[in-house]
Design a protein around this ligand. Structure first.
Ligand SMILES: [Zn+2]
Length: 390
């Protein structure tokens, strides 16, 4: 399904100049090729194909007089020809059908709205606050909708009333918007590692990054040995950045797949990470006690938390897109409560992975117990745990 999104651009002075020349070049080639098409038709009764026009444009770039066209992105020029060609064809098609339509107009530089198009190669950065436009570079932008994911198709850059905009067409790859729901509500417990347990008793294997992390440590060590300001240090920095990016991409890919899978449910209940982190900093570790947890390095923990934050965001927009919802609950005592009889005790956690209720002897994997309690809170409301806490 194609979606449209219009964002505001904030090019710098130099970028404005480049955009102006792309607009100018696009308009020039549109007009020149339209004129050529009309001329050939009138004089010889022949129609020049789009491909011949593109060839001509390539030749123009090599001529001295029009060599300035080299500064224009070649795909922008092709797209301009393509747009002109479609307008021309549409005119004749509609004339045949008896409709009244205008002949393609020459573009004027005095028109209040100036624009050009990229057929592809435009991309957004991770934070969606910068857009890469070929020839122009990375331009600051605002207003991209976070729930729009997919392949960026045609992008139109426009200038009107001193404001720059980009209109993006995005293909989300979804054929049909209505997805069959299984009507299920599922609780998810996320771990100190990248592991997920759900209330249906499934445990999702953690993403394996050992090889990449070993490489990362190696690269970091190499960097620390290089002399400050040296060329070798610069190279080592680049290598380190590369492996960091690889890890980030792998993790993101993993979270995307996971969130897509769970978004097919009617609702997903997760712990509210904000509350969780607040209670941790206030009282130390009230949840998931054990040496294993404390031994985890602070950095790893931050990264894992950020990953879960990202995961919940993905889940939320994917669920919404499918007509479902994400419910966040207070995570307090969810790892210490018996899902069968409700008895709360630290002693219920025999180890990091084993839960055995000291009152009714119920036992299960500790993470799945967490997921069951989270689900229960999602169904019965957040207040259930406040009562216990007070
Ligand atoms: Zn029990």
């Amino acid at each position: 399904m194609l979606k449209a999104c219009k964002i505001r651009l904030y090019p710098n002075k130099e970028q404005k100049q480049i955009i102006a020349s792309q607009i100018g070049g696009s308009r020039y080639i549109f007009n020149r090729m339209l004129a050529l098409k009309i001329y050939t038709y009138k004089k010889f009764g022949k129609n020049i194909s789009k491909y011949d026009l593109i060839k001509r444009a390539t030749k123009l770039r090599k001529r001295d007089k029009t060599s300035w066209l080299k500064d224009i992105d070649s795909q922008v020029l092709q797209q301009s020809i393509s747009n002109m060609d479609s307008a021309y064809k549409n005119f004749f098609r509609r004339v045949k059908q008896g409709g009244a339509v205008g002949f393609p107009k020459f573009k004027s530089k005095h028109h209040s709205r100036q624009s050009f198009q990229y057929p592809q190669r435009v991309k957004l950065n991770e934070n969606k606050n910068k857009i890469y436009l070929p020839k122009v570079g990375w331009v600051k932008c605002k207003g991209f909708r976070k729930d729009f994911i997919g392949k960026i198709k045609t992008v139109t850059i426009s200038l009107e009333a001193y404001q720059y905009h980009a209109s993006l067409l995005i293909d989300d790859g979804i054929e049909n918007k209505s997805i069959n729901h299984n009507n299920q509500i599922v609780g998810l417990d996320v771990g100190v590692k990248l592991v997920v347990a759900d209330s249906n008793g499934n445990k999702i294997e953690a993403l394996k990054l050992e090889r990449e992390l070993t490489k990362l440590r190696k690269r970091a060590k190499q960097l620390s040995r290089k002399k400050k300001g040296s060329n070798n240090r610069f190279k080592a920095k680049q290598k380190l950045a590369k492996i960091n990016l690889k890890i980030a991409n792998k993790r993101k890919d993993f979270l995307h797949k996971l969130s897509t899978k769970y978004s097919e449910n009617q609702a997903i209940v997760v712990e509210d990470l904000k509350i969780k982190n607040m209670s941790k900093s206030a009282k130390g570790t009230t949840e998931t006690p054990g040496k294993n947890v404390k031994a985890k390095s602070g950095l790893n923990r931050v990264i894992t938390q950020q990953s879960w934050g990202m995961f919940f965001e993905m889940l939320e927009y994917k669920l919404k897109r499918n007509g479902g919802e994400l419910i966040k609950v207070n995570p307090k005592f969810t790892s210490q409560t018996c899902p069968k009889c409700g008895y709360i005790s630290k002693e219920n956690r025999l180890s990091q992975s084993k839960f055995v209720c000291q009152k009714c002897n119920y036992s299960n994997n500790a993470d799945i117990v967490g997921a069951l309690n989270i689900l229960d809170r999602g169904i019965h409301g957040n207040n259930a745990c406040d009562k216990i806490a007070s």
